[in-house]
Design a protein around this ligand. Structure first.
Ligand code: SF4
Length: 310
């Protein structure tokens, strides 16, 4: 009995009906929907098998690698045009695909000194997405967001505010650790990302929002707030209130010219970054303030997501 070759299922008229997401390969001699040429080692020339083959062919991978190198070189030389968009996978990629692609992002120079990309993680259908600034020292080493001391503060504050940490998705506005090492010292000191770096990294955040589709976003700290609301954002003035979702655009990396994307978010609450609690003179007061702001987010979810100021 011959071995049946399986390819990705799709609307190919020459394939057998798909069963569990995969279909039998086309009959020998089948010419595909376009009728342009005999099938060799894949499905129709216009069908999903061909697209699958293109995505994985060595020639295509090499072309993509060269494009990435060219892009990275031009970013380094000019200092302009920081942009993660060329590194994003297709729109149909899920969060695992995004995570894999982000691991190779060279959209701005921050990848050079950091250990690795720290992508978001958590409940992939969370109602609430928590947005921090950038990974810290521990996050950079472990490759996971909010696993350092600030993460522990956040976890406790969420629980005290009535939000189950396991039901959230956590990520950062910038996915690589930016730091400086003072002369004569070994310890890496956190440095705030620039507006240009935040803008460069935004396509990853937009892509995460589109996949997770939370009802509410909580901006943790000034940088996260600026990434969403612009440079005029002041956490001291705008924290602890349910704000309308400003919407984000995707930068037009797909050649569409950009525009507001449908991410399903309905409201935004800003508060301090949990690391600010650790730095505060009065930690108790800072912690209570954080919990109080998070309670606003919890109530907004209870009320159905929000979308207007309170
Ligand atoms: S900070 Fe963002 S844009 Fe810059 S290299 Fe890292 S993932 Fe890419």
């Amino acid at each position: 009995m011959g071995v049946r070759r399986l390819v990705a299922a799709g609307p190919c008229p020459g394939s057998s009906p798909a069963t569990t997401g995969w279909a039998e390969a086309p009959r020998p001699g089948h010419r595909g929907r376009s009728g342009r040429g005999r099938v060799r080692g894949g499905c129709c020339p216009v069908g999903p098998g061909r697209r699958l083959a293109e995505r994985t062919s060595p020639r295509r991978r090499e072309r993509r690698r060269r494009e990435m190198v060219t892009h990275t070189t031009s970013v380094k030389r000019s200092g302009q045009g920081y942009d993660a968009t060329p590194f994003l996978p297709g729109r149909r990629a899920g969060l695992p695909g995004l995570r894999r692609a982000a691991a190779g992002c060279r959209g701005c120079p921050l990848y050079e000194d950091a250990t690795q990309t720290v992508f978001g993680e958590g409940d992939t259908s969370a109602r609430i997405l928590l947005l921090g600034e950038q990974p810290g020292d521990q996050e950079d080493r472990q490759g996971r967001p909010f696993v350092g001391p600030a993460g522990k503060v956040l976890e406790r504050a969420l629980a005290d505010a009535g939000i189950h940490p396991d039901g959230t998705y956590v990520t950062n506005a910038v996915k690589h650790f930016k730091f400086t090492v003072p002369e004569g010292r070994k310890r890496r000191i956190h440095k705030s990302p620039s507006l240009r770096e935040m803008t460069a990294c935004r396509p990853w955040l937009v892509a995460e929002l589109q996949r997770v589709r939370p009802e509410l976003v909580v901006a943790l700290g000034s940088t996260a707030g600026k990434a969403l609301l612009g440079p005029s954002f002041r956490v001291t003035e705008q924290r602890g209130a349910l704000l309308p979702w400003p919407g984000l655009d995707d930068g037009g990396g797909d050649g569409s010219g950009g525009g507001r994307v449908d991410d399903g978010v309905r409201g935004l609450v800003a508060t301090i970054h949990p690391s600010a609690v650790l730095r505060a003179d009065d930690r108790d007061a800072a912690y209570k303030g954080l919990v109080s702001d998070l309670r606003v987010a919890a109530h907004a979810l209870d009320d159905g997501g929000g979308g207007s100021s309170s």
